[in-house]
Design a binder for this molecule. Sequence first.
Ligand SMILES: NC(=O)c1ccc[n+]([C@@H]2O[C@H](COP(=O)([O-])OP(=O)(O)OC[C@H]3O[C@@H](n4cnc5c(N)ncnc54)[C@H](O)[C@@H]3O)[C@@H](O)[C@H]2O)c1
Length: 462
Amino acid sequence: MRIRIANGAGSLLPRTSTGKEIGLDAHPFIERIRSREAVIGVIGLGYVGLPLAMEFAKAGFKVLGFDTDQGKADALNRGKSYIHHISSDGIRALVDGGLLEATGDFSRSGEPDALLICVPTPLTAHHEPDLSYIESTGKSIAPHLRPGQLIVLESTTYPGTTEEVLRPALETGGAICGEDFLLAYSPEREDPGNAVFSTAKIPKVVGGCDENALDAADALYSEIVVSTVRVSSARAAEAVKLLENIFRSVNIALVNELKLIYTKMGIDVWEVIEAAKTKPFGFMPFYPGPGLGGHCIPIDPFYLTWKAREYGIATRFIELAGEVNTAMPEYVVSCLMNALNEHGKALNGARVLLLGVAYKADVDDTRESPGLTLIDLMQSRGAAVDYNDPFVPELSPSRKFDFKLRSVELTAAGLAEYDCVLIATAHTSYDIEFIVEHAQLVLDTRNATKNVTRYRERIYKA
Ligand SMILES: NC(=O)c1ccc[n+]([C@@H]2O[C@H](COP(=O)([O-])OP(=O)(O)OC[C@H]3O[C@@H](n4cnc5c(N)ncnc54)[C@H](O)[C@@H]3O)[C@@H](O)[C@H]2O)c1
């Protein structure tokens, strides 16, 4: 029989009725965490993994980062950042202090006491979860696992992935989960570019494959974040992350739909949201836009859609939100055509300048960005499109789009040459008054022009 006895530190260690401990004892790991002897490994040094690695290094842990992109590992070892909102100075200080090192050599994955996995979880071309990065990471680590290591998956995914996909991959080397290594899930809530809520200030949800893994993961993250939130299982922790992102997707779809209705009724949806958010309870503002972007909100909800099929359940809310949100770029282009038409122009042959190709303000991330879809839609209708983005100097061909464009400068004379300037993402560095003053027409998808008082007749909203 398994019973749980709470020890002095408040942790629960499973024991038999005779007091014998069951499974791998997390205490030696926890001791090494508290004494800072533990080495922390972070696998996947992107938007999520790099800030996480830096946070552990700043807290005094020796951190070993792993990435299949040797270029990223080399850049970090030279103290160079490849993410706009992360400064090279911060990285250099940690590298010079001997706290941060990066490598592409996975045979070193036995060195850290904990390995935190932050690899991509995209969708396949058929809109199904692509867990190949998680699986291949598990298999790369498997031959090097050593007794007592804690493995934590941080990538966003459907409930069950840690147990059903990562665990078998890790066990291919012969080590057994719960006996030889500890396994947990802790979703990443990083909001790139958010100056208020950096990694350390965001509470971290943790769920273990067993109680020892939960204790170990809890102890680990408690050292770097403001608080941890323990849930009963890895599956519950996986479900928490999906709830958060589905909540955003559905609410953004709702305001996008309201935008269509209110615009037809001659009502400004942004004015409505500003007023509604004065309600001190029961309302949370979400804002319409040209469509969803980034690696999370357009993708993660469909991880649940896929898994729900196994249980015979249709995720109607998720799919409806997806439909509404993915229709937004087309809606913006129809608004653009109407605006040009009012000035006796067609989109075919028009010159359009798109401002902000990153998916949100003040970041350099163009993944799933509606700005890219907008360029593609406008080009396919015969428009000559340029773009400006202070964070994205060039657009090169990708799997989805065949662009070869460079960000153009924003000058008074340059702005005046375009038939329309389309604000897709309102970076804070944009001087909106200047843009409106010199543009012939402005199509604003972000309400960026709300405080502009002159030349309002040039401004259209979408
Ligand atoms: N970007 C965000 O805002 C955000 C927020 C919360 C959660 N997430 C989730 O975090 C995960 C990572 O997202 P990201 O934005 O950091 O992605 P990213 O593409 O910026 O970084 C992933 C990194 O992993 C590396 N990589 C790929 N395969 C690897 C492998 N097998 N072994 C080691 N490294 C490998 C890539 O080279 C890249 O550097 C995803 O599941 C994502 O959904 C992202």
